[in-house]
Write a protein that binds this ligand. Structure first.
Ligand code: FES
Ligand code: FES
Length: 141
């Protein structure tokens, strides 16, 4: 039987207290324990960006972090950013400009794009390309 760890954290503004397997990654924790299925696991090796979210306000790869490491942390997922309205403009533009096909990569793209807009109010096309280079879309390449 795998070791379990008690954690308390804030997820999308809500306090959460859970006992988690020591080696459960954050994406699986969010999806399986909390029903937050917006964050996806693609490569599970920190490469594709499908699992992009925020931990303590900083953008992060959820597949590279164990939930057990996050006692006392704050996690924000695409659901939280959507509910708060922070990414409403981005969501509207993704829709208007057909920026998705299957949608598997979209949550990560939205969270990464929101981060870019926090760093540069009006990023150039080159800055957008460079910043989103770590988010892969398997539909559009
Ligand atoms: S699933 Fe985390 S980077 Fe690909
Ligand atoms: S829209 Fe399908 S992987 Fe990006």
């Amino acid at each position: 039987m795998s070791e379990r760890v008690e954690i308390r954290l804030i997820v999308n503004g809500e306090p959460v207290a859970k006992s988690v397997p020591a080696r459960q990654n954050l994406v699986d924790f969010l999806r399986e324990e909390l029903g937050l299925t917006g964050t996806r696991a693609g490569c599970e090796h920190g490469v594709c960006g499908a699992c992009t979210l925020r931990i303590d306000g900083a953008i992060a790869r959820g597949c590279l972090v164990f939930a057990a490491q996050l006692d006392g942390s704050t996690v924000e997922t695409v659901e939280g950013l959507s509910d708060s309205g922070e990414i409403a403009d981005l969501q509207a533009q993704f829709l208007a400009r057909n920026a998705l096909q299957c949608g598997f990569c979209t949550a990560g793209m939205l969270v990464a794009s929101a981060e870019l807009l926090r760093r540069a109010e009006v990023p150039s096309r080159a800055e957008i390309r460079e910043f989103l280079a770590g988010n892969y879309c398997r539909c559009t390449g």
